[in-house]
Design a protein around this ligand. Structure first.
Ligand code: 9MR
Ligand code: ZN
Length: 568
């Protein structure tokens, strides 16, 4: 792929519109009728450390007219086609949320909502508490985590965290109905879909408040449809990781469902259940101050989601409990003390993945006035400084590669696409911090937003593989996710809207290890093969992280239009 573009498209009013080519020289931008709308020279050569190539940036930011376009070199090489339009991310944004519906477990997927991707109800049986034969748990429901049929608390909490914060901060980006069973019930569909997962999570809490780490079979199923998977599922040990993430997630959800402008009686009742569950989990955490981590029993190969510390999970729990208490005008001291105690250990507060959730604590404190008051001036300043410093570091990374993106060569791990989008979340939070600060920050916000855009451009095709990493979006979208339903149904195309894990500099599956020579530059370590679970699986949390960033960019475009309208 010689000319790499965001295959979905570019927001008309945003002047940051960039592509990358592998040759210097002059280029034109043509519409479908072959008319030239822009002509320009590629920029200076960049020796790119991420893909190991010498590349040339193209900047066609002056083009604002809506249309279908492609770029073309003087030698006649063409890029994939893309759109320039208002709200160009709407389709992919909504599809990435809707994709979660296809992961619903314990119910049938109906044609009305699922199109051809129907299946009968799956995993309807009770699960056994691991190590306690005969002790059964009724924990049906929730989303399959990824290409496998397991359901795990810590990634679930992170997914809900991404989505609820995105909804809370960028509500306008969540107005469209997604054609799910609850659509039209008066609640935004993102809240309807999240509720499906939250109801399952509630079932994973033990009476003493502790939360089972995960619900999976002993080993992953073959490539069969979920309703054919009759393996016994186990609820594995309670962990402090799961309990703290659960606590945070429930406290956050309690606030969002009750505080949403569309909340009715039913949401109020649901919110009270979430709140009670959060309090029980908090009590368990207080009574169990030592880390209770998780490792798979020997011989079991389902996901582990292990961790070496629970400090960041406990931090998030403290932050959300504090935010909830502040919102309810209750005493926040207990939570603040725990928050400060953990912050004093100096842990970073800038990530939003399942291993490190500390960034959510910063989100909780810095996006809510009551929570910020409860945290106190000093803590707020400390979090703001950490967020802005990280944003500057990320923006600086963008100066050192041809894609303008906040990635270094070492950042292409398993699920690198979430590193890409989680960095977008951090930049969005930094913009929020700057918004409430004094004047003179506009240039900095603009810079951060450019990097956020570069992250999304990469995801949608402006990368060395030439693939759009979201199924169904882009002329060359990847088509073979490691996803059991897709492998087992006899439908050619996968459902639209799944974010691939993406390039992985340290491939971890057999086929990838065999096919990718050692020393391959990290961005090139990718294959669109369903066997490659370390490169091309999908997960609920890779989607939700991307949704946060597209929500920001959509909302920001509208804000800008409104401001321009007011000025005119
Ligand atoms: O997303 C996880 C990735 O960060 C880890 O490196 C990898 C290996 O531990 O596991 C990934 O999580 C998988 C989980 O264990 C089971 N469901 C599928 C997940 C995506 O591959
Ligand atoms: Zn299922």
């Amino acid at each position: 792929m010689a000319i790499m573009v965001n295959q979905v498209g570019y927001e008309a009013a945003v002047s940051y519109k960039k592509a990358v080519a592998d040759r210097p020289g002059s280029y034109v931008l043509k519409n479908a009728a072959g008319e030239i709308l822009w002509q320009g020279q590629a920029g200076e050569a960049v020796s790119d450390p991420l893909c190991g190539e010498t590349l040339y940036p193209l900047d066609f930011g002056s083009v604002q007219a809506p249309g279908k376009y492609h770029l073309e070199s003087a030698a006649g090489e063409k890029s994939d086609t893309f759109t320039i339009d208002r709200d160009v991310l709407a389709g992919v944004h909504n599809a990435m949320i809707k994709a979660l519906y296809f992961q619903r477990c314990g119910c049938a997927l109906e044609e009305k909502y699922a199109g051809p991707y129907v299946h009968a109800a799956c995993h309807t049986g009770d699960s056994e508490v691991y190590g306690e034969p005969g002790h059964m748990l009724m924990a049906q429901g929730g989303w399959h985590d990824a290409g496998d049929y397991g359901r795990y608390i810590t990634p679930a909490a992170v997914t809900i965290g991404h989505l609820l914060y995105a909804y809370w901060l960028y509500t306008m980006a969540f107005q469209e109905q997604l054609n799910i069973p609850e659509s039209g019930n008066g609640l935004p569909d993102v809240l309807n879909e999240c509720r499906y997962e939250l109801e399952w999570m509630l079932k994973m809490q033990r009476e003493d408040g502790g939360v089972y780490h995960k619900l999976t079979a002993w080993s992953h199923a073959d490539f069969i449809m979920p309703q054919e998977d009759k393996d016994l599922f186990y609820a594995y040990a309670v962990s402090s990781l799961a309990t703290a993430d659960f606590c945070a997630c429930m406290a956050l959800a309690a606030r969002v469902y009750r505080g949403s402008s569309t909340a009715g009686k039913e949401e109020k009742e649901f919110s009270l259940r979430l709140e009670a569950a959060a309090r029980r989990a908090w009590k368990w955490l207080a009574e169990n101050p030592e880390p209770l981590l998780f490792t798979n029993p020997q011989g079991s190969n389902t996901g582990e989601y292990g961790d070496t510390t629970d400090a960041d999970e406990r931090l998030w729990a403290a932050a959300e409990m504090m935010a909830l208490a502040a919102w309810l005008k209750e005493d926040t001291r207990e939570y603040r003390e725990e928050l400060c105690r953990i912050l004093d250990t100096g842990l970073a507060v800038t990530d939003f993945g399942w291993t490190d959730v500390a960034g959510f604590a910063a989100l909780a404190v810095l996006t809510d006035i009551d929570a910020a008051k409860a945290a106190g001036e000093e803590t707020v300043q400390r979090l703001q400084t950490a967020v802005l410093e990280e944003a500057d570091r990320l923006a600086a990374l963008g100066e050192h590669n041809a894609f303008g993106m906040a990635m270094g060569a070492g950042d292409f791990c398993w699920g690198s696409n979430m590193v890409v989008t989680n960095r977008g979340i951090l930049l969005a939070l930094a913009c929020k911090v700057l918004e409430i600060q004094e004047d003179g920050t506009a240039g900095r916000v603009a810079r951060y937003e450019e990097v956020m855009q570069a992250q999304i451009d990469y995801l949608l095709g402006k990368n060395i593989t030439g693939y759009s990493f979201v199924t169904g979006f882009g002329e060359h979208a990847y088509r073979h996710p490691h996803l059991r339903t897709t492998a087992a149904d006899s439908i050619d195309d996968p459902m639209a809207g799944w974010v691939s894990g993406g390039p992985n500099g340290k491939p971890g599956d057999e086929l990838a290890i065999r096919m990718i020579p050692a020393g391959t530059p990290p961005m090139k370590c990718y294959l669109d093969r369903e066997e490659c679970y370390s490169l091309n699986e999908m997960t609920i949390y890779w989607n939700s992280s991307a949704v946060f960033v597209t929500a920001y960019l959509r909302q920001k475009a509208w804000d800008r239009e409104r401001e321009q309208g007011e000025q005119a």
